[in-house]
Design a protein around this ligand. Structure first.
Ligand SMILES: Nc1nc2c([nH]c(=O)n2[C@H]2C[C@H](O)[C@@H](COP(=O)(O)OP(=O)(O)OP(=O)(O)O)O2)c(=O)[nH]1
Length: 274
C-alpha cells in the first residue's frame, strides 16, 4: 500500500489497525483524527520499489477506534482486556485479516471462517482459510517467515536500524526485531529480539500494520508494533550496522527493507497530518 502526502491510499497490502491513541501520544501526534487506513477502494495499486506485496485489502471494521491504555500503562495490566488491544473480534472481515496475519488470529482468539455454503472458494482462497490442500499444493506453498518489528518511540522520534553485512537485506533499514521462535507470539518474540539486538527492555504496544513481502528467500510476514523504552533503558548497537533516531517525516528518506514501507508510510504520513 502506498500513501501519498495527502493521505490518499492505494496499493495491495492490508492494514489491521488505526494509528492508536497511545502511540500518537508518545510520538507527539494528535489522536483526534485517526489516519484513514486501507479501504475497499485501495484494493488495486502499486507496491513499493522492488516490492511484491502478497495479500489483499479487506474492509476495515466499522467499530470506533478502541481506546487504549495510556502510555504509562502500555504493559498489559491485570484488568486490561487483551482482546481490545488491536483488532477486535468483529466478524468476517476482521477474521479474514486475522487469518492473513497468521499469529494475530490466534492471539486475538479469532478463528478463520470459510465462505458461506454454496460458494466454492478457489484453492488460493481456500488455503487462506486453512482448507485442506493437496500435497502438490503444499509443496508449492511459499515459506512464511513470521517477523515482528518495533517502532520504538522516544521524544517524538523513532529508532531506525540498518541491517548489518552478512545478513540478507544487508544495508537496508528496518524496525528492530526478528523472527518468531516456536511457541512465541509476536509480542513475546519482539521483547526477546529487542533484548538480544539492542540490549534493552521495551513495552510492546499496539500493532501498526501487517504486511507480507515476497523475497527471493521466502515470504516475510512482518507485524509492526509501537514500542516504548522501559524507564532508564537505552538501546545499544549490538548487531546492527547503525542506529538512528529519526523524525517520522524523515523516515522515508532511508532505504527501507521492502516489507517495511507500509509502516514507514503510516508513521510518516501521520506525523505530517498535524
Ligand atoms: N527484524 C526485521 N526484519 C525484517 C524487517 N523487514 C524485513 O523485511 N525483515 C526481514 C529480514 C529478515 O529476512 C527477516 C528477519 O530476520 P532477522 O535476521 O532480523 O531475524 P533474526 O533476528 O531472528 O535473525 P537470525 O537469527 O535469523 O540471524 O525479516 C524489519 O523491519 N525488521
Amino acid at each position: 500500500m502506498m500513501i501519498d502526502r495527502n493521505g490518499e491510499i492505494g496499493g495491495s497490502a492490508y492494514v489491521t489497525n488505526d494509528m492508536p491513541g497511545v502511540s500518537a501520544a508518545h510520538a507527539g501526534f494528535s489522536a483526534s483524527a485517526p489516519l484513514r487506513a486501507a479501504t475497499d477502494d485501495a484494493a488495486a495499486g502499486a507496491a513499493g520499489p522492488g516490492e511484491r506485496v502478497v495479500g489483499f485489502v479487506v474492509p476495515r471494521h466499522a467499530a470506533a477506534p478502541v481506546p487504549l491504555p495510556p502510555a504509562a500503562h502500555m504493559a498489559p495490566t491485570d484488568d486490561f482486556d487483551e482482546s481490545l488491544n488491536g483488532a477486535p473480534e468483529v466478524g468476517v472481515s476482521q477474521s479474514t485479516i486475522g487469518s492473513l496475519a497468521g499469529a494475530d488470529a490466534a492471539e486475538q482468539g479469532m478463528s478463520a471462517q470459510l465462505p458461506a455454503d454454496g460458494l466454492d472458494p478457489t484453492p488460493e482462497v481456500a488455503s487462506l482459510f486453512g482448507a485442506a490442500s493437496s500435497p502438490a499444493e503444499e509443496d508449492d506453498a511459499p515459506r512464511i517467515i513470521r517477523v515482528s518489528g518495533a517502532a520504538i518511540l522516544r521524544d517524538g522520534k523513532i529508532l531506525c536500524a540498518r541491517r548489518p553485512e552478512g545478513k540478507n537485506l544487508a544495508g537496508k533499514w528496518e524496525f528492530p526485531g526478528g523472527k518468531l521462535e516456536p511457541g512465541e507470539d509476536h509480542r513475546e518474540a519482539l521483547a526477546r529480539e529487542i533484548r538480544e539486538e539492542l540490549g534493552c527492555e521495551v513495552e510492546v504496544g499496539d500493532q501498526i500494520c501487517t504486511t507480507q513481502n515476497d523475497y527471493e528467500f521466502g515470504v516475510v510476514e512482518l507485524v509492526t508494533f509501537w514500542c516504548t523504552l522501559k524507564p532508564g533503558e537505552e538501546p545499544k548497537r549490538i548487531e546492527h550496522a547503525e542506529l538512528r533516531w529519526m523524525d517520522p517525516e524523515d523516515m522515508p528518506s532511508l532505504d527501507w527493507a521492502p516489507a517495511d514501507w507500509e509502516a514507514v508510510d503510516l508513521i510518516s504520513v501521520k506525523s505530517l497530518a498535524f
